[in-house]
Design a protein around this ligand. Structure first.
Ligand SMILES: [Zn+2]
Length: 423
């Protein structure tokens, strides 16, 4: 993942204790190991001497820390490189972590998606299964999600992987301190202690579990893809029944004071004041969300509304209709696009993103949605230098789970000692 995403604020000074000095020293060592790992992630493989001069650590400290990271399987040393015109050639240190894995699990309205990614960035598990999360009893959802996770953790561990953490993503607002889902309007869930329920089912040996919002994680996954192009400010917009945004500003995921950032689907942009699942009226998602689009695109008896038909299949059919010039479908897309541009214009003024990625159902209709939205944003532009890169997501249903796996791995970049050494 791109460097510095999710970087935490500096730790407060350690409280005085009988072990204070040694604890502080161990913390410093772990922090410097994290610094080296993040440097390798951001800049690619380089020699110990280069690492020392670029991070400001002494050569002796760097060598000791690299040896420690190598013992944990997080870096490896390869071929000889010449660091400069003088001096002995050194070995290239590169990021490894092929056996260090993070897991992301998305619980969406009607499916669950799971991804496992290694520290080296390789996707080693990826699957999407139908799961009627919105209508099943809570206990049944917990049981099935726990079974899904257990199978993944067991199979990865049998293959020799160290699973450092699991991120579970529900479509709602998270209480980070208690691991509780505060409110998911489109599931009808309130105050659900997801981490406690899943931890109990997975048992005490399981990797640590955390929660993060679905749109925020999709933004993490999209940002990971484009950060190498130098993009630091990205807005991701999920296009499902609910509309949520994930915001990355100057390379960092924005959560807000209490995790509500990005709840843009509830901006009051519908003048007809349609009731919304959140309890308010006139929310943006009631006019640009999936339900609104399907209503505009097809009559009630049309199979486009049949929940027994896979959503992807229905959206592909509608895309075919649009390509064939079907006026009803094109009209629906034009209406949604105009309303989409209205809200995006506001978000651009507030956030000034370099890139906007449209996910969910929008990704099926890129050629119809992107050009008019781009034109509408260009028309409103305040200065010539602020052109926005507009794109649809290429990760599809897996983007949130992928972001969850990347977030779980972020712990290793903060404190590499969470992975045990080989000796
Ligand atoms: Zn609402």
């Amino acid at each position: 993942m791109a460097k510095e995403l999710l970087k935490r604020p500096a730790l407060p000074p350690s409280p005085g204790s009988i072990l204070g000095g040694r604890v502080a020293q161990a913390e410093m060592r772990a922090a410097n190991m994290g610094l080296l790992l993040r440097h390798l992630r951001g800049h690619g493989g380089r020699s110990r001497a280069q690492l020392a001069s670029e991070t400001g650590l002494s050569k002796a400290t760097t060598s000791s820390l690299i040896a420690d990271l190598a013992a944990r399987g997080l870096v490896r040393e390869g071929e000889l490189v010449r660091g400069g015109s003088v001096g002995r050639p050194g070995q290239t240190v590169t990021l490894d972590g092929a056996n260090v894995t993070g897991i992301g699990l998305e619980l969406s309205v009607d499916y669950a998606a799971l991804t496992a990614v290694t520290l080296a960035g390789t996707v080693v598990r990826e699957s999407v299964v139908p799961l009627d999360v919105a209508h099943l009893a809570l206990d049944v959802v917990f049981d099935r999600a726990a079974a899904y996770l257990t199978r993944a953790v067991d199979s990865l561990q049998e293959a020799g992987a160290h699973v450092v953490g699991i991120t579970v993503a529900p479509p709602g607002i998270i209480d980070y301190d208690t691991g509780t889902l505060r409110f998911a309007p489109n599931l009808g869930w309130r105050g659900v202690p997801l981490v406690a329920e899943l931890s109990e089912r997975l048992g005490p040996e399981a990797p640590p579990i955390r929660l993060e919002n679905d749109a925020k994680l999709a933004a993490v996954a999209e940002f990971d893809r484009v950060a190498p192009q130098g993009i630091r400010d990205l807005l991701y917009l999920s296009g499902e029944v609910g509309i949520g945004a994930g915001i990355v500003a100057d390379g960092r995921l924005v959560r807000g004071y209490s995790g509500f950032s990005g709840e843009v689907g509830h901006l009051p942009l519908d003048p007809t004041l349609t009731p919304c699942n959140c309890g308010r009226r006139g929310c943006w998602e009631t006019i640009v969300g999936l339900a609104a689009f399907l209503r505009l695109a097809a009559d009630p008896g049309d199979s486009m509304h049949d929940p027994k038909r896979a959503l992807e299949d229905r959206l592909l059919t509608l895309a075919d209709r649009a390509l064939a010039g079907d006026e009803r479908t094109l009209g629906a897309l034009a209406t949604v696009t105009e309303r989409l541009a209205l809200g995006l214009g506001i978000l651009v003024d507030v956030l000034n993103p370099k890139m906007i990625v449209l996910g969910g159902y929008y990704a099926f209709f890129g050629e119809f949605i992107l050009p008019p939205v781009q034109a509408a944003l260009a028309e409103r532009r305040l200065d010539e230098g602020s052109a926005i890169v507009l794109a649809t997501s290429e990760l599809g249903l897996i983007s949130t789970a992928r972001g969850g796996a990347l977030l779980a791995l972020e712990d290793v970049f903060t404190d590499p000692t969470v992975v045990a050494g080989g000796d």
